[in-house]
Design a protein around this ligand. Structure first.
Ligand code: SAH
Length: 345
């Protein structure tokens, strides 16, 4: 029989496994407590009888990763380079805050989307992460920092909706009170905008938030900077977002990266406002973070303010994203190290 990652087994199933193998049902809670609350990463560490340890070792494993590198920013942000099975590398970012610490997690190693302003796609695509690998990022960072994580943003490497099933399995475990117990409203999935997946996400019975990387309000411009737009044009994405609005009864957030002279003029702001006017939505403006190989430049602060004010005049709830960890290349779009480039392709 193939061994399974015990972290992916839910409480009810684990209880059933216990009782059908001659162990008491409460052992399931003991095992889960050891893993999620005590940070046990071997069966030896668990306060359970020897024969149960032997049984678990025979049928299960506890998936862990290697920490390859750690860089700390002067603003407190820490970026970690982790190694998973088959020399698969990803980065994840810990962003401390006095209220709730946030962690930015990856859903894939590399990315296929090749957005022109983003560093991740440059090193190619290695593979989807398993649900176990998605949640392991949080467990290991809680252990290494000694801090608890209050917010999760799936805004690291990869396109989460290209790895839909593993992502949703991970989100349910992150949210489960028996596991990481992070409120679904505190989990945000950021996507380049895949209409079918947005509709599927709307149909899930989960309160996680949705954020769409829009970056332009006209297809001609968006297709230039986000190539997948040729396959999934803005109208189809917005239609799926309307469905999400109605079905999930939740706001959609739109991310809009500001690229100097490309998509940051007053005309662009008005066009975006007209597209979104009257919607239940928020716009999060992201000042462009420099990426070595990219030809883009960050918009001037005055222009960012003007852009934001136009949106607000149209009644659109608008915020400007505060950048964190730029000095260690841990900000949005900067996740990719030369290490990854060498090893992943
Ligand atoms: N693939 C997903 C999630 C990863 S990117 C997505 O497209 O949403 C997370 C966010 O960072 C996206 O909004 C992305 O467009 C943005 N981003 C990418 N490169 C950036 C850069 N150089 N500066 C600022 N934001 C960037």
């Amino acid at each position: 029989m193939e061994k399974n990652d015990i972290k992916l087994i839910d409480t009810e199933k684990l209880k059933a496994i216990m009782t059908s193998n001659g162990f008491k049902a409460y052992r399931a809670s003991q095992i889960q407590h050891a893993i999620w609350k005590e940070g046990a990463n071997t069966f030896e560490m668990m306060p359970i009888p020897l024969n149960l340890k032997d049984f678990l070792k025979k049928h299960f494993y506890i998936y862990t990763c290697k920490v390859i590198n750690k860089s700390s920013s002067k603003d407190g942000t820490i970026k970690f380079l982790l190694e998973f099975l088959n020399k698969t590398y990803i980065e994840t970012v810990f962003i401390p805050s006095s209220s709730h610490n946030t962690q930015c997690i990856s859903s894939q190693s590399g990315c296929k989307m090749r957005c022109r302003f983003c560093a991740t796609g440059e090193s190619g695509f290695k593979r989807d992460l398993s649900a176990g690998e998605i949640i392991e990022q949080i467990l290991i960072i809680q252990k290494l920092t000694g801090e608890s994580i209050g917010n999760i943003v799936v805004m690291g490497m990869g396109e989460p909706f290209e790895n839909y099933n593993n992502l949703m399995q991970a989100i349910r475990i992150i949210n489960s009170k028996h596991a990481l117990n992070i409120g679904a409203r505190r989990i945000t999935v950021s996507t380049v905008g895949i209409p079918e997946a947005i509709k599927r996400f709307a149909d899930e019975n989960i309160q996680a938030r949705l954020s769409i990387s829009l970056h332009a309000s006209e297809n001609s411009l968006r297709s230039q900077i986000v190539p997948i737009n040729k396959k999934y044009p803005i109208e189809d994405i917005l239609k799926a977002c309307r469905y999400y609005n109605k079905k999930a009864k939740k706001y959609v957030s739109f991310e809009y990266i500001l690229l100097k002279g490309i998509n940051d003029s007053e005309k662009h702001a008005i066009s975006l406002s007209k597209r979104l006017k009257g919607w239940k939505c928020r716009v999060n403006l992201i000042p462009y973070n420099p990426v070595n190989s990219s030809e883009f430049m960050r918009s001037d602060n005055g222009q960012i303010k003007t852009f934001s004010n136009i949106l607000k005049k149209f009644g659109i709830n608008t915020t400007i994203r505060k950048e964190r960890g730029v000095d260690i290349k841990a900000a949005c779009g900067q996740l990719k190290s030369s290490f990854l480039k060498n090893k992943n392709t």
